[in-house]
Design a protein around this ligand. Structure first.
Ligand code: HGY
Ligand code: MN
Ligand code: MN
Length: 409
């Protein structure tokens, strides 16, 4: 191996320290103290690797190795934010891959023809503001200045305000945009976050398709009343309505077939007391499928169920779109290069569908993408138990190093 296992391990452990929930997984939301600590570490490692370091207008950290020519750039990286109480590998495995590739380029004094940009993307998970894929969507020109006011965290702080408090100017968001001619390709290594590679005993997942995702918030409004004195037939119970709808959602996903999945991962009941009939409920719906029409079908069924239940129970509802990304086919050229490189390196490989969303799916809107998976122990992710053996991660890093060398020269 030309990459260095100890450095890979050190990076993952160092970045994993930057969490708001020590002892209970990684919680690293964007524009927070933990974000600051992680980005300063990453910038430090990029500088040591001899890169020119800057942050784009969205807050993504970029390290650049100049090429013989001005551009287009070869880009490699992933995100450095996390979900709440997540693991140390989701995102950082791809950032550390970029750092290690940069170091080996420096060690070997490699001067590429094309500039190479090593990136740590911001707010992929949407853990703080909802939606997600923020850094890559900003690069793809899909984030508007209005979005920065519209998306808010659980304290009601907008992305724009959080950016200003952190030292970024939200009015410059459009400067983060890259044009297709600016980027030669985008390569991302990510943990699989599922059980397939471990079950099959394979080293590397080469992703061919990434599922489409639709995420939206549902707000149901009824009437808060006294829980003791209000007869059942005189209530406008927002939670009663919500559970009627939510209980149908998994059935809608199963009916849609093609591996379509739907999840309600967050539910708030207001005002939230045992002796008050819930006056308002809001919940988040996440629908994914490799077929767009399946996503539309599930959403349509949910909205018609909302219509019916709210009419029958004298409730009102609102649906607020948070994220919509279509299914993505990964570039065949990069898939073939990855297949050949795996063979050359003696790594076993599995061609896969990604059920998780990744920045690569957004970058596919402006450039060719490659997405490499390494195994997740027990298929677990988005939890403190998330783990990938360092030797397994290093195989993915080694593969990416070889691919970047092939593309950038
Ligand atoms: O939700 C996802 O699939 C990714 O982890 N953001
Ligand atoms: Mn994730
Ligand atoms: Mn991720």
């Amino acid at each position: 191996m030309e990459t260095n296992l100890e450095r890979i391990k050190k990076d993952i452990e160092a970045i994993g320290e930057f969490t708001a929930t020590p002892g209970n997984g990684t919680t690293r939301f964007s524009f927070t103290k933990e974000d600051r600590e992680a980005r300063e570490y990453i910038k430090g490692e990029m500088l040591k690797a001899g890169l020119e370091v800057f942050e784009d207008a969205a807050g993504t950290v970029v390290g650049e190795l100049k090429g013989e020519i001005e551009g287009p750039v070869v880009m490699i990286g992933s995100h450095f934010d996390s979900v709440k109480n997540g693991g140390s590998f989701d995102g950082p495995a791809g950032v550390v891959t970029a750092l290690e590739v940069a170091r080996v380029f420096k060690e070997k004094n490699l001067k590429p023809k094309y500039p190479v940009q090593f990136v740590a993307l911001i707010e992929e998970e949407g853990g703080r503001f909802g939606g997600g894929l923020f850094g890559s969507r900003a690069m793809a020109g899909k984030v508007t200045r209005e979005d920065l006011d519209r998306f808010k965290d659980s304290e009601g702080m907008s992305v724009a305000q959080a950016m200003r408090d952190f030292g970024f100017n939200p009015d410059k968001i459009k400067e983060a945009e890259r044009k297709p001619q600016d980027i030669k390709c985008f390569l991302e290594l990510h943990i699989e976050q599922g059980p397939i590679l471990e079950t099959l005993g394979k080293d590397i997942g080469i992703v061919e398709y990434i599922v489409g995702i639709k995420e939206f918030e549902v707000i149901i409004k009824g009437r808060p009343d006294h829980a003791g004195t209000t007869p059942m037939n005189m209530r406008a119970d927002a939670l009663d309505g919500a559970v009627n709808v939510i209980s149908k959602i998994s059935g809608f996903a199963k009916e849609a077939a093609f591996g379509t999945v739907a999840t309600v991962g967050k539910l708030n009941v207001l005002p939230g007391a045992a002796n008050i009939v819930p006056g308002e409920v809001n919940f988040l719906v996440d629908i994914r499928s490799k077929k767009s029409e399946c996503i539309e079908e599930v959403e349509k069924n949910i909205v018609s169920e909302l219509e019916k239940v709210c009419r029958e129970m004298s409730l009102q509802y609102e649906v607020i779109q948070k994220l919509h990304v279509s299914p993505v086919k990964v570039s065949e050229k990069l898939v073939d290069l990855l297949k050949n490189d795996c063979k050359k390196l003696g790594f076993s490989q599995e061609i896969m569908l990604s059920g998780a969303g990744h920045d690569a799916m957004v970058m596919s809107q402006i450039t060719d993408i490659g997405l490499v998976f390494v195994p997740s122990r027990g298929g677990r992710s988005h939890c403190p138990e998330e783990w990938t053996d360092y030797e397994a991660l290093q195989k993915g890093v080694e593969l990416c190093y070889n691919l970047v060398k092939e593309i950038a020269f």
